[in-house]
Design a protein around this ligand. Structure first.
Ligand code: NAD
Length: 360
């Protein structure tokens, strides 16, 4: 029997609730595929600070390195907000990204047909949207030196090295090959030298992918186009800061934070987590939407564990549960069937068994 080690970092707030819901789904996949998932648990974020004084320990990082994949819930909350910046729960995220070398962040923004009217944009603009934002995660202005500040000025530096652009470009082109075959590279090459460098290297790497259509867009235009006609995009590849902003715009096209998964990938390790935070306002009430976490599991099956049929089965099951009118509280409207976190995951599990026969 194939077996995989999964590091489970549930975190704070709604993290443990959505993680439990997602692991139930993963266990069902295990039974269906005759695959064994072995879980190792550790605390990260605020709960780890309470226990050890640190947001993440070296042992936890080592545990992640021993695993085939990492699942993360969310970290943070009001209890730890007044701590100094370098001691906050969110430091765990930076330590994980850096420590595991997770240089590419994949954020799909998919509009499920049943939720096309939940977006703040018009239904005809968003229905059918399926965009993948590939954000460079460990370079660029967030990490460049020199940086600093004094009484009269402050400065950061946007630096990209050749190998950093090459590897993220490969990620984008490889992904496009499995999708609609189009990549839009977003930069600010009309103003920034580092962006012209980025563009030149993306063009160079593209020569290895003659089957993929590449175009380039300035970041200001890309922000506008994402809101105007999001359907024009397939894969967007961009630098750390531009990706930070554009992936949030793309995600809001879909309507709810509770529906957005993400993958952070490196050469050796992979981490999957929902885009949302720990939602302290609804923690412990069974109101959290577990679908972002469940879709993060679906991405893990697809990209790391080589179980793409199961990944697809989860997506299809979610779509059908939503079609049947079931909604967690944040998406609920009159006429819908209101369900709790656990009920939503049970519905997905029930559908999975029916769906898996159809997608095989
Ligand atoms: P948040 O994403 O936690 O919540 C924003 C709003 O969306 C809230 O009203 C919340 O109830 C709702 N929401 C979020 N996820 C939901 C879900 N699955 N189902 C239903 N509703 C959901 O953002 P915030 O309030 O700005 O941050 C709260 C804490 O989370 C902060 O400490 C922040 O630093 C942290 N945070 C952590 C991560 C992470 O761990 N990756 C990401 C973002 C924020």
């Amino acid at each position: 029997m194939r077996s995989y080690k999964i590091a489970v970092l549930a975190g704070d707030g709604i993290g443990p609730e959505v993680m439990n819901a997602a692991l139930k789904v993963l266990n069902t996949i295990g039974e269906m595929e005759a695959v064994k998932f072995e879980y190792e648990y550790a605390q990260v974020g605020g709960c780890a600070i309470d226990e050890t004084g640190y947001p993440i320990s070296e042992e936890t990082l080592d545990m992640c390195k021993r695993s085939d994949s990492v699942l993360l819930g969310a970290v943070g909350g009001p209890k730890w907000e007044s701590l100094p910046q370098d001691q906050k729960p969110e430091q765990a995220l930076l330590k994980l990204r850096g420590g595991l070398g997770l240089y590419s962040n994949l954020r799909p923004a998919v509009v499920f047909p049943a939720l096309a009217d939940s977006s703040s944009l018009r239904e005809e603009v968003v229905s059918g949207v399926d965009v993948m934002v590939v954000r460079e995660l460990t370079g660029g202005i967030y990490f460049g030196t020199p940086k600093g500040s004094d009484q009269n000025k402050a400065w950061n530096t946007m630096v990209y090295e050749r190998h950093e652009v090459e590897r993220i470009a490969h990620v984008a082109f490889d992904l496009a090959r499995k999708r609609s075959g189009r990549v839009t590279s977003v930069d600010k090459a009309n103003v920034l030298d580092v962006s012209q460098f980025w563009r030149d290297i993306v063009i160079e790497v593209h020569k290895q992918y003659p089957d993929i259509k590449l175009d380039h867009m300035y970041v200001d235009n890309a922000a506008m186009q994402l809101v105007r006609t999001p359907k024009q995009f397939d894969v967007i590849v961009t630098s750390n800061m531009f990706g930070d902003i554009l992936s949030d715009i793309a995600s809001m096209v879909t309507g709810s934070l509770g529906m957005l998964p993400s993958a952070s990938l490196g050469e050796k390790y992979a981490l999957y987590e929902p885009v949302h935070g720990s939602a302290p306002d609804i923690a412990g009430q069974g109101k959290a939407n577990p679908l972002a976490m469940i879709m993060s599991v679906s991405m893990m099956l697809n990209y790391t564990l080589d179980l793409p049929k199961s990944g697809l089965a989860i997506q299809t099951a979610i779509s059908e549960v939503l079609e049947s009118g079931y909604r967690t509280a944040e998406l609920y409207r009159e006429g819908d069937k209101l369900v709790s976190t656990d009920e939503m995951s049970d519905l997905v599990i029930k559908k999975l068994t029916q769906v898996s026969e159809r997608v095989t």
